[in-house]
Design a binder for this molecule. Structure first.
Ligand code: CAA
Ligand code: NAD
Length: 308
């Protein structure tokens, strides 16, 4: 028991965090990504405030974080269920919630934005927060596809603005793209690299390859969707083929459902707007139909597939 208690304490309050520039983190957006980012930051001893637009959404975020932590604990504390419960409780104690971003950022070292993939909405949020956050606070976006410099342009802290592109599901995926925009200072970039490492993640520095991974993943997924519509193949066959023949952990349609079809559509529509001549970004009628019907993937219980 003593060993586990020690281990928990080490995970939750490492000296790395005590001495780090970033101790208090505000995560804006309690959806798929924001919940995951809040979880990994809390597990590694950071004080976290999770912000969304309503208490109901935040209750759901807390439920999802607890669900994910229980899956972690089931393996990590297989023989010590009580220590597992203690771990979950300690992590949850590191997270508070709020519907008022402007008031909570006044005490924060880092704002991680994980809201809807829409440039104007992100700019409006950061423009408001820029006026109330302390001078030292670093802003980052978890955007999948938007240029960080475009989002940062809504603020007067270009040197303290960067990108942290986490991957879904955040508690499982080790990679984080750390994005240095033209205005990002070296000090900010170094603090973001340190923060990513403190989360136990593997950072890759991203200048030229910004969003390369989401681009490739979603391109591959859409290409298969395109094939499906044109060749009348079945999505199940394509998913099985990619898993058993190419070693993918999920088939492309499963992955689109997992990422969220609304988010996938926002990303693809944005790319299409920039490169309308590129056939890979051509709008997919099937994707558009599902989104219009509110079938957004796993998070709503139905997308390309149905979920219980
Ligand atoms: N939280 C905690 N633990 C989790 C978890 C989560 N959210 N998801 C999976 N696990 C762990 C659990 O221990 C789980 O075991 P239990 O079911 O007994 O709890 C174990 O992993 C195995 O999980 P699954 O049986 O559900 O399935 P799996 O073996 O296929 O692993 C996966 C799940 C890690 C998600 C794997 O399918 C995978 O890697 N899929 C591809 C994900 C991917 O490509 N992500 C990138 C998306 S693109 C992106 O993120 C960028 C963008 O901008 C859009
Ligand atoms: P999501 O739809 O699951 O969650 C977004 C959350 O933001 C919702 O709970 C919504 O209520 C909240 N929100 C919207 N506007 C807000 C505002 N002004 N203030 C506070 N909260 C607000 O979306 P997601 O999948 O978590 O994606 C979030 C961001 O992360 C997007 O930029 C997306 O491109 C990026 N991303 C997504 C994935 C993925 O696989 N889903 C992977 C990497 C990056």
């Amino acid at each position: 028991m003593a060993f586990f208690t020690h281990q928990i304490t080490r995970t939750l309050c490492s000296s790395a965090v005590r001495n780090a520039a970033i101790k208090h983190v505000t995560v804006i957006g309690g959806g798929l990504m924001g919940s995951g980012i809040a979880q990994v930051a809390a597990v590694t001893g950071h004080s976290v405030v999770l912000v969304d637009t309503s208490e109901d959404i935040l209750k759901n975020s807390a439920k999802n974080i607890q669900g994910s932590l229980k899956r972690v604990v089931k393996k990590k504390f297989a023989d010590k269920p009580e220590a597992g419960e203690e771990f979950v409780q300690k992590v949850m104690n590191n997270i508070s919630t709020s519907t008022d971003a402007a008031s909570v950022v006044q005490k924060t070292d880092l704002v991680v934005e994980a809201i809807v993939e829409n440039l104007k909405v992100k700019q409006a949020l950061f423009s408001t927060l820029d006026k109330v956050a302390p001078a030292h606070t670093i802003f980052v976006s978890n955007t999948s596809s938007l240029p960080i410099a475009d989002i940062a342009s809504s603020t007067a802290r270009l040197d303290r603005f960067g990108g942290l592109h986490f991957f879904n599901p955040v508690p499982m995926m080790k990679l984080v793209e750390v994005i240095k925009a033209a205005g990002t200072s070296q000090q900010t970039f170094d603090a973001l690299l340190d923060f990513t490492k403190a989360l136990g993640k593997h950072p890759v520095s991203s200048h030229l390859i910004q969003h390369c991974f989401s681009l490739r993943t979603l391109q591959a997924s859409l290409l298969s969707g395109f094939m499906n519509e044109v060749c009348h193949g079945s999505k199940e066959d394509i998913d099985v083929a990619m898993k058993l023949g190419a070693g993918y952990p999920m088939g492309p349609f499963e992955l689109l459902d997992y990422v969220g079809l609304d988010t996938s559509k926002f990303i693809i529509d944005g790319w299409y707007e920039k490169e309308p001549e590129n056939p890979l970004f051509a709008p997919s009628p099937l994707l558009n139909k599902l989104v219009a019907e509110g079938k957004l993937g796993k998070k709503t219980g139905e997308g390309f597939y149905k979920y219980k």
